[in-house]
Design a protein around this ligand. Structure first.
Ligand SMILES: Cc1ncc(COP(=O)(O)O)c(C=O)c1O
Length: 414
């Protein structure tokens, strides 16, 4: 008979700065090779299906061979085979020991914090975070679980992070570059602060993706990915992942998947495996187009400000050059006239689509002050740089001239 499983919340993982896990699957292979091969090799993992493409196990239950067996896969509320291939591949791309996917990036963040923090504990972060992350930090966790969130006043200053950490801090959480103002935080510097205090560092790598930024190699312990964005790349899938120590991933699997069902489905995982094959090519082209669009906007007389880490005027330009392989596909810019100005430009766009997401092959615009960051107070939005005239632009894979021409005609309406 197999051992009886623990019934209560699992927290086997204890952070220890001295005990960094190994680099994860296929660490000896290059990034693009891992994006294509890790987790499924046709000649090694053939099974019954002699398939070139990773097969989909679109099944929610997995038969036992014997009464006393404890199989790897049992039930769709925990681990399933196609999702496991994706998890292995994401771990390989981030250089992490393990990964656990989820039904969205927001849910992956929730599951991580729910697993790490108990009532009375705290998490240190900044206001440079995505909207749902802010809502979890400002409302859901403090109001329902008694976990406190502390927002650093100046995320560019490592001492400001240090000042908020105390004996009950369970996690330091950095989003870099950040949504929607592309603030860039020094991962190595904040990692040093967190580690000195014996606390793990989470980096949200959704905007750069592992193709452009490797937070674990820079000192972070855990990575959050919204798969929904550039990892998927075309707005067909919602999903998320935590990459980090395998014991932590197992804790999350146990606490919020096995017991709660916060899982990614096999078909979604299979789709994401196909999209990952072109991740680094796409990120190169997104960056190339975004650079051209950012330069056009920065020179435009109707644009008062542009946030893009690839512009020399960006306050953390030198850091971004050091920390990222390329500046990525997301930018934001401010037009005069506040919300009315933003509405005039967005309603005049003909090629660029007004929709709530980013990281898609098609260029998308969105108004953060009313859509994603509407629950921040006006003072918090001011600290985060979210002006009423701010428009977030996710630059797609079209020909850059066509994106620029559309923006030019829309800006001329102001
Ligand atoms: C930086 C960042 N991380 C995480 C998420 C959460 O992603 P999801 O939409 O998959 O919940 C978002 C969503 O906007 C985001 O912008």
């Amino acid at each position: 008979m197999h051992d009886k499983k623990p019934f209560f919340m699992r927290d086997h993982w204890q952070y220890s700065p001295a005990d960094r896990p190994g680099p994860g699957p296929d660490a000896g292979l290059g990034f693009d090779t891992r994006a294509l091969h890790t987790g499924f090799r046709p000649l090694r993992d053939v099974g019954k299906f002699r398939s070139f493409v990773t097969p989909i196990a679109q099944s929610m239950t997995y038969p036992y061979e014997r009464f006393d067996q404890f199989p790897d896969f049992i039930y769709g509320r925990s681990k399933t085979p196609t999702v496991s291939v994706l998890e292995e591949r994401l771990a390989a791309l981030e250089g992490g020991e393990g990964a656990v996917t989820g039904s969205s990036g927001s849910q992956s963040l929730f599951s991580l914090i729910f697993t790490l923090a108990r009532p009375g504990d705290n998490v240190v972060t900044s206001l440079n975070i995505f909207g749902e992350g802010y809502k979890q930090a400002a409302s859901i966790f403090p109001q329902r679980t008694g976990v406190e969130f502390r927002f650093v006043s100046d995320p560019a200053d490592p001492e400001a992070w240090d000042a908020l950490v105390d004996g009950r801090t369970r996690l330091v959480w950095v989003e870099t570059p950040s949504n929607p103002c592309l603030f860039v935080t020094d991962i190595a510097a904040v990692a040093e602060v967190a580690h000195t205090r014996g606390v793990p560092l989470l980096v949200d790598n959704t905007i750069a993706t592992p193709a452009l930024q490797q937070p674990l190699a820079l000192g972070a312990d855990i990575v959050l990915l919204s798969i929904t964005k550039f990892i998927c790349g075309n707005a067909s899938v919602i999903g998320g992942a935590i990459v980090g120590p395998e014991a932590l991933c197992e804790d999350i699997r146990w606490n919020t998947q096995e017991f709660v069902g916060a899982v990614m489905q096999p078909l979604e995982a299979w789709l994401v495996l196909q999209f990952l094959e072109t991740l680094s090519l796409r990120m190169e082209r997104h960056s190339h187009n975004a650079q051209a669009v950012a330069e056009f906007l920065a020179a435009h007389p109707k644009v008062t400000h542009v946030n893009y880490p690839g512009l020399p005027g960006h306050p953390q330009y030198a850091l971004a050059q050091r920390q990222m392989k390329a500046p990525g596909g997301l930018l934001s810019f401010v037009v005069p006239g506040g919300m009315r100005g933003a509405a005039a430009v967005m309603d005049s766009l003909q090629l660029v689509i007004h929709a709530v997401t980013f990281g898609t092959s098609r260029t998308i615009c969105m108004h953060p002050a009313t859509i994603t960051h509407e629950h921040m107070t006006p003072q918090e939005r001011a600290i985060a740089g979210i002006d009423d005239g701010l428009i977030r632009l996710s630059v797609g894979l079209e020909n850059a001239e066509d994106i620029i021409a559309d923006l030019d005609q829309a800006l001329s309406k102001l």
